[in-house]
Write a protein that binds this ligand. Structure first.
Ligand code: SAM
Length: 370
């Protein structure tokens, strides 16, 4: 299955052209940077230059490209805006292209990202619900359908009350693709239970007020081994086996971690404060856009930190090729990752270079060669 649009070139031709252009590129950009590298320029040229040193070396790309909203984004000294802007506000970036050009612009860059990712790497592509479905098909083409991992709905703002027809739009989407789903880094980061979850899942309280729940000591299936044996003069009920060997259950009992009912049925105690958090689902409610952004369309830094903790290692090199305010770069620095950021806007670079968190960065510029 493929998406058709005017000007769409064969994928193989694009890949060969990129590799040939990378091999012939006379440019070099620093590869020995310490904390991070921020490059001003078109990310097509910059990623081509990065291929020489970093092809197959980047473990995580988060990126939030222009969504082709047909708007222009401005940045003033004390505010950011789209439609209304003051005379002294400067253009941060223009977000308007014919749709076919936009799709090919993105497709070529997705190929570059794919070449730069390591075999255990992944891409988070942040996009809205208009451009998103088209890019999803292009991602399937470039990464392969089997490497699709998630489409995440991210609630971006509070409910809206516009009068125009249609439901309020308060979400955008993030597509997660692996370079190779069998090797992808996914650290199983969980999120803490809410107070409501805790009250629902851990209904009981002990004498010290610690919340807990209990689970049966046995599980389905008979066993002829240890777990089918005697615990405190009881065999497991017919058709079941003990969850742990009887000596382990006895140890739990001695530690006060078995609750006995009035008629002598044992259950294992699980405390709320020992419980792991809950698996993160594909609807993200807690990462709305910042209230006072330094740059238009700046993203939530807690969300970016979670993505980095989830999908990279401490030793990983990570990248955002449409870096904007550098929100992802700063999140990477806070977590001790080496980060590469690219943006073509001088306004974006002004925010990045003025950010105290990014003071250890190396800076470079790549000018257009075509
Ligand atoms: C949606 S914003 C990114 C916002 C960013 N995620 C943040 O949290 O601040 C998209 C950015 O892509 C940049 N951009 C657009 N076309 C580009 C290109 N060809 N190369 C590099 N950057 C580009 C724009 O200047 C803009 O800063």
């Amino acid at each position: 299955m493929e998406l058709q649009y005017p000007g769409k070139r064969p994928l193989q031709e694009i890949r060969e052209e990129l590799l040939a252009a990378a091999a012939g590129s006379a440019r070099d950009i620093p590869s020995d940077f310490k904390t991070g590298l921020a490059v001003t320029g078109d990310n097509y040229e910059v990623m081509l230059s990065l291929l020489r040193h970093f092809a197959g070396k980047i473990d995580l790309v988060y990126t939030d490209p222009p969504f082709n909203t047909r708007s222009c984004f401005f940045r003033g000294t004390d505010r950011v805006s789209t439609v209304s802007h003051g005379s002294s506000d400067r253009v941060a970036y223009n977000d308007s292209m014919p749709m076919d050009e936009y799709l090919e612009f993105m497709r070529v860059r997705l190929c570059l990202i794919h070449l730069l990712l390591s075999e255990s790497g992944s891409l988070y592509l942040h996009i809205d619900n208009r451009a998103g479905p088209y890019l999803r098909i292009l991602l399937d083409e470039v990464f392969g359908m089997d490497n699709f991992l998630n489409d995440i709905s991210r609630v971006k703002c509070n409910p809206k009350n516009f009068s125009r027809a249609g439901y309020g739009n308060c979400k955008d989407v993030i597509y997660l693709y692996a370079k190779n789903r069998d090797q992808v880094i996914f650290n199983g980061i969980t999120e803490p239970h809410s107070e409501e979850d805790l009250a629902r899942l851990f209904k009981k309280k002990d004498a010290r007020g610690r919340r807990y729940t209990t689970v049966p000591c046995h599980a389905p299936g008979e066993s002829a081994g240890d777990t089918g044996g005697m615990f405190r003069n009881q065999l497991p009920p017919p058709g079941r086996h003990w969850r742990y060997a009887p000596d382990v259950l006895a140890e739990l009992d001695e530690k006060g971690l078995i609750e006995w009912s009035a008629n002598g049925v044992p259950r294992i105690i699980r405390y709320a404060d020992d419980a792991a958090g809950k698996k993160i689902q594909d609807i993200w409610l807690r990462y709305k856009d910042p209230q006072y952004p330094r740059y238009p369309t700046e993203k939530n830094s807690e969300m970016l930190e979670m993505i980095i903790r989830q999908s990279s290692r401490e030793t990983s090199l990570i990248m955002d090729p449409f870096a904007g305010s550098g929100s992802f770069l700063a999140a990477g620095v806070r977590l001790g990752r080496r980060v590469i950021g690219i943006d073509s806007s001088s306004e974006a670079m002004a925010v990045i270079s003025g950010s105290p968190e990014l003071s250890g960065f190396s800076f470079a510029e790549v000018s257009r060669c075509r």
